[in-house]
Design a protein around this ligand. Structure first.
Ligand code: 13P
Ligand code: SF4
Length: 350
């Protein structure tokens, strides 16, 4: 009862500030945010859609990003000079993004380039990465991608160079390579803790895709046994998963795609369909609520604790300290190079 009163109080305060600021403020909410955050936001979307909204917005001065840090950072890089981007909790990070740090990436790049020549490798960073990794890609002729345009980015990369070095999600990289028909023995994993990433000179020469050894702990929680169990219980159901899941899970599912793909998939399914979804639980719960004519079930319970750090309390605090609290800043040199890689991504999908 008390928490309901609190919630009502926070929502009213947030609405009052929104009203007072009018067009000067936009609140962006990622699909994995709690329902009450999505409800008070102005736009909801996947990491690609939200970064595009930030890039294209003209009216607002303040962008409050309800998502994880790399998303707010990308919005800041793409935003206009008159924007200030804030995140309600600076500690809402992404452990996968932290798996590729610039020191190890630069060392790996030198190692690979010494074997293949640098003109043979195209660096592509997943949006879920630090700004310095995006800047590295921008400097070396590469691009950023999200799960909604990874296939286009790989096609773009292979049109220009022989090999792709993909950071930091090995599963998205593998699943995308697989979709392009690249053979498993032409994709190698780079473990930064080992000499030559745990590979031989020969395997590096042969590889078409080099996958940084990173993963999302939320999406790798889905396992083959979960798919088999749900298939047995719901033989008529469709199973759709995010491509950050392992290749085994993706191969057993009916479809794999970005969060926006999953949203559209559920929305477009005929009434009475049962859809089993392998992604973050807050999105699945919302999809179930918003599509009462369908049965939307979780493949397995998996919550992103970092997305969950954003709540009504810290959102209200950001709004009360608009333009000041938890402002995202990126050093100018990093911003310039990262923007090149992000602009290449935006051009890809235009
Ligand atoms: P989207 O790019 O689909 O929004 O996914 C971001 C993410 O963090 C998935 O775990
Ligand atoms: Fe990062 Fe995974 Fe959370 Fe997405 S779901 S923000 S990849 S930890």
């Amino acid at each position: 009862m008390k928490s309901q009163i609190d919630e009502k109080y926070f929502i009213e305060q947030i609405q009052d500030i929104k009203e007072a600021l009018g067009e000067e403020l936009i609140i962006l909410t990622h699909h994995y945010q709690r329902k009450e955050i999505v409800d008070v936001g102005d736009y909801r979307g996947d990491s690609f859609g939200l970064s595009k909204t930030a890039a294209e917005d003209k009216a607002a001065r303040f962008i409050v990003f309800c998502g994880v840090h790399f998303m707010a950072e990308s919005a800041e890089i793409l935003s206009q000079p008159h924007h200030t981007v804030q995140i309600p909790d600076q500690n809402a990070g992404c452990p996968m993004a932290d798996m590729a740090d610039i020191y190890n990436v630069e060392r790996a790049w030198k190692d690979v380039a010494s074997i293949t020549g640098k003109d043979a490798i195209m660096p592509i960073a997943y949006m879920n990465s630090d700004a310095r990794i995006k800047a590295f890609c921008g400097r070396h002729g590469g691009a950023v991608c999200t799960s909604s345009n990874a296939l286009a980015a790989f096609g773009w990369g292979f049109g220009r160079r022989e090999k792709i070095f993909f950071f930091p999600d090995k599963h998205l990289g593998y699943n995308t390579g697989n979709q392009m028909g690249i053979q498993p023995d032409e994709m190698i994993v780079w473990d930064p803790k080992k000499p030559l990433g745990g590979n031989t000179q020969e395997s590096i020469k042969k590889a078409k895709v080099i996958l940084w050894d990173g993963h999302c702990h939320v999406h790798t929680r889905f396992r083959v046994e979960h798919v088999l169990k749900m298939r047995k219980e719901y033989p008529e159901a469709r199973i759709v998963v995010h491509p950050e899941c392992t290749r085994e899970v993706v191969e057993l599912a009916d479809e794999a795609g970005s969060t926006s793909f999953i949203v559209k998939y559920v929305e477009n399914a005929p009434p009475d369909t049962t859809i089993i979804v392998g992604t973050e639980i807050n999105l699945i719960n919302r999809l179930a609520l918003e599509n009462p004519d369908k049965e939307v079930l979780e493949l397995h319970y998996s919550l992103c604790p970092n997305m969950f750090k954003i709540n009504l309390k810290n959102l209200l605090w950001s709004l009360e300290n608009i333009g000041q609290a938890n402002v995202i800043t990126v050093p100018e040199a990093v911003k310039t190079d990262a923007r090149i890689a992000l602009d290449r991504m935006l051009a890809l999908t235009d």
